[in-house]
Design a protein around this ligand. Sequence first.
Ligand code: ATP
Ligand code: MG
Length: 332
Amino acid sequence: MASGELLRKLVKSGADGNYESFRQVSEEVIREEREKRHYLLANDLEKILYGRNSIASKPLLSLVKQIPSDKERGLPLLTIKEPVRCIEDIVLSDQNSSLIDEILQEHHRLELLNSHGLFPVDRLLFCGPPGCGKTLAAEVLASELGLPLAIVRIDSVVSSYLGETASNLRQVLDFAASVPMVVLFDEFDALAKERADSADHGELKRVVNAFLQLLDGYEGKSILVAATNHENILDAAVWRRFDEVLVFEPPNLEQLRRLLACKLRGVRRDFEVDNNEVANLFKGMSHSDVERVLRRATKEMVLAGVEFLNERQLKSAIRREDARRARMKRGE
Ligand SMILES: Nc1ncnc2c1ncn2[C@@H]1O[C@H](COP(=O)(O)OP(=O)(O)OP(=O)(O)O)[C@@H](O)[C@H]1O
Ligand SMILES: [Mg+2]
């Protein structure tokens, strides 16, 4: 809780109708709460103070009309989505949680940074295995900043004509520069990988280099996020272009407990989610595997007409998940 001194100042500035002082004291309160690691409270206060739509975003419909398309095939190069899930819907490692927090803070306080000739980070690389929250984290960033989420369709961007690919990339970045959004280059390695796979090595290398140069020259209003689960194929030239790199890994035991609490919100159950024994059942799974198992177990509970989810249903759903994984491994 904020100190008595700060609360006095806050109420006084409100009662005096002094908006500037009210804003300053509120920012002090938020800082104090953040220092105490009360992140959820600090984020909530920030949302109340600056509003969800702190960065003006155009209505989605008018944005959709402006989506650039591939000249050759007429394919739209991006898909625009209204982000739905927020920070409470994602389980992050401590490190990623503080990085996301810093990124949000920098963008919430954009004007302050700008007034000192500084700019918030706007080029992010998300890496790590499938199903651990890269795409979700981009959605969460967008929703917390009140921005649309634009997903770049790499399959539309990559054309058999190399000149066309470069021109598509330029169109995407020009679009990103013009309107504030979170722009996700999902499976970004599909673009970078071309360099290694191509018969015409030199030409494709030029495409990747063109993209890197576009990134270098980017000074737009959007946050650019590149996501990959093949970070090992990205070379130093690619890594260097990003302001922050966030690695998303499968959940550890403590994160599993939080994930269970998050995904079973509102589900009646006869076990505690902060029970290590239950969390241990999910060891080694990705977040999305855990989600799938829980969905399956909850369905079983509903169809069986029982009131509470129990460990037996969890175990049976896990067995089915294991069998599914074994089938996938065998390529069936
Ligand atoms: N860290 C997480 N916290 C909460 N839910 C998660 C998390 N990671 C994944 N999920 C759940 O799993 C779903 C799939 O995850 P997501 O698409 O974000 O994975 P990804 O890392 O982008 O995987 P891919 O490499 O396959 O693109 C999410 O929509 C969400 O419901
Ligand atoms: Mg993804």
